[in-house]
Design a protein around this ligand. Sequence first.
Ligand code: TXA
Ligand code: MG
Length: 312
Amino acid sequence: MMIIDIEKASTLLLQNEIIAIPTETVYGLAGRATETTAVAKIYELKKRPHFNPLIVHVSSIDDIHSFAIIDSNKKKHINYFWSQNKSLTVVLPLKEGHSISPLVTAGLNTIAIRIPHHPVAIEVINRTGPLAAPSANIANRLSPTCANHVLESFKDNPPYVVDGGACTVGLESTIIDYTNDIPILLRPGGLSIEELEEYFGKKIEKRKSDQAISAPGQLKVHYSPGCPVILNSSTIKHGEILLGFGPDSPSHAALNLSESGNLVEAASNLFEYLSILSKKNPSAIVIMPIPNFGLGLAINDRLERAASAIKL
Ligand code: TXA
Ligand code: MG
């Protein structure tokens, strides 16, 4: 049986497994936000073709201080909605020294956060700490609003689910970009724009989150490791540095994404290793071929963006 209780859910999460939990909007596929291995499993099970950043779920507004930058004014505004159980996600600047996995933010310097207003989700988070959770469905399918939807969506390979009944909102949270002083709407959702506008006393400008993230200008800043990236090669010229993959990685590789060729492990090391290597100021980072299936799709998607960013 794939239905589990809160106790078992917390135990699995603390072992870096992923499980589905109810929230007031939709069921989420959750893993600990600080654990890259857990977050990599989310992308793998969802079959996401690229590393879209995920929302971090906390149980109290005070939990966000360890990883997000927020002043007392913004905190007051966000608390207004969260304390009334509104389905609002806020994007804030990441704080230096945070311990959130770079797979959660997909290498961005901002982070999306919300409180899920469901007693089961809150109880689980109180036991495990912040959870990263996209909707608990295979990529491009309908979002699940009851435990059965989750099981149906993942037919052959369903995750464990805590059954918290039907979601009351049934639609994903509303996302605002609050990195500057004026909030901008990134995704309409469970909290209406009218409610936001009424509270803030002005019109809220709209921007599509996907455009914001994938616009070339943003890519250049956020996804480039800061030096040229050369794909599908294991030969390096003077000044270049090799990022290996798999058991056939040559001895001159500076790091290996996964010695055994495991794509989940490779995904979990990707952002960190690119960051380590770029700090050595190479003339280019050369990366061995990564198989183009499973999480390899998402890894290659990100690497191709990194490789083209510098050419823009
Ligand atoms: O209601 C919800 O929000 C559900 C439940 C499970 O909490 N979660 C959800 O997650 O809808 P997901 O992964 O399907 O959607 C997350 C959205 C993505 O569209 C992503 O682009 C955006 O949040 N996002 C995440 N981090 C961001 C960031 N740093 N900047 C801009 N957008 C971000
Ligand atoms: Mg979704």
